[in-house]
Design a protein around this ligand. Structure first.
Ligand SMILES: Nc1nc2c(ncn2[C@@H]2O[C@H](COP(=O)(O)OP(=O)(O)OP(=O)(O)O)[C@@H](O)[C@H]2O)c(=O)[nH]1
Ligand SMILES: [Mg+2]
Length: 250
């Protein structure tokens, strides 16, 4: 399958842009796609936290593909948007598809807020051009086995998500793919084939337009509002805790 960094620059069929919070498994997913563990530096013990996008071009099942790994951020800003733009293939990508990496089982408020920020930046089309990649499938399966669940089905995990999270995922037309980035090379190839099949059925972005400066103030307002809701909830929770302690009903 993959021989990345080929000398001849060929216009890729698909450009995958990996998005997600820090540590969500973007770089390792990029390695699974390229079929090379060294394509993108990954892991907590990495010498440096990447601050710039990195791109690799590779051939997957005879199709040229560009993979762009992005630094993990909690707040997606103008600079992050411009970095992705400058990492796009010079020839112009045929189709840009976002791979939104989410660690199974750890959907925090910050993560949901980051997803909302992507919508503000890329517009409603973000959902039409994104595949949610649930990483750490191996750990989830192992936990299920420890709970005596034989042949666990990933769909059952999705059913356990809170309603608010389900609503967000529904916006992506339930287009998702769980991945075990530690599986054998041959299984990674099978997984990549599945990814390509889904990507081929999608329209994808062409080139994105400029960062929506006009709506930048509303973007900041949305972030402020989402955080204020969070802070309000935290305050109520603290208040309930204190009341519980004072009245001895915790
Ligand atoms: N068990 C398991 N570990 C994974 C999987 N995917 C990623 N990891 C681990 O999760 C950690 C973070 O993975 P990275 O790929 O570096 O995450 P990232 O999103 O690129 O992180 P940043 O670049 O810091 O934003 C590493 O220790 C990976 O080995 C997976 O499917 N299964
Ligand atoms: Mg990374």
């Amino acid at each position: 399958m993959a021989s990345y960094e080929i000398e001849e620059w060929v216009k890729p069929v698909n450009t995958f842009v990996l998005l997600g919070r820090p540590g969500s498994g973007k770089s390792r997913t990029g390695n699974t796609i390229t079929g090379c563990d060294k394509a993108f530096e990954f892991g907590f013990h990495a010498k440096r936290t990447p601050t710039k996008c990195e791109s690799k071009q590779t051939e997957i099942f005879e199709a040229e593909v560009c993979v762009i790994d992005t630094p993990g951020v909690s707040l997606f800003e103008k600079q992050d948007f411009e970095d992705i733009q400058s990492a796009l293939p010079e020839e112009g990508p045929s189709k840009i598809i976002f791979l939104l990496c989410v660690t199974i089982g750890r959907l925090t408020h910050d993560e949901l807020s980051l997803i909302n920020q992507y919508f503000v930046i890329f517009g409603d089309d973000f959902a039409n051009n994104t595949i949610i990649i649930f990483t750490h499938l191996d750990e989830w399966e192992s936990d299920m086995k420890d709970c005596n669940v034989e042949n666990p089905k990933f769909d059952s995990y999705l059913h356990t998500l809170p309603e608010q999270t389900k609503t967000i995922f529904r916006r992506f037309h339930n287009r998702y793919l769980p991945v075990n980035n530690k599986q054998k090379k041959s299984e990674k190839m099978q997984w990549t084939l599945k990814l390509m099949t889904i990507a081929n059925s999608m329209q994808g972005f062409n080139m994105f337009s400029n960062f929506p400066t006009v709506s930048y103030s509303s973007y900041l307002r949305d972030i402020a509002l989402s955080y204020s809701t969070y802070l309000r909830e935290m305050a109520f929770r603290c208040l309930r805790n204190i009341q519980g302690k004072v009245f001895g009903n915790d």
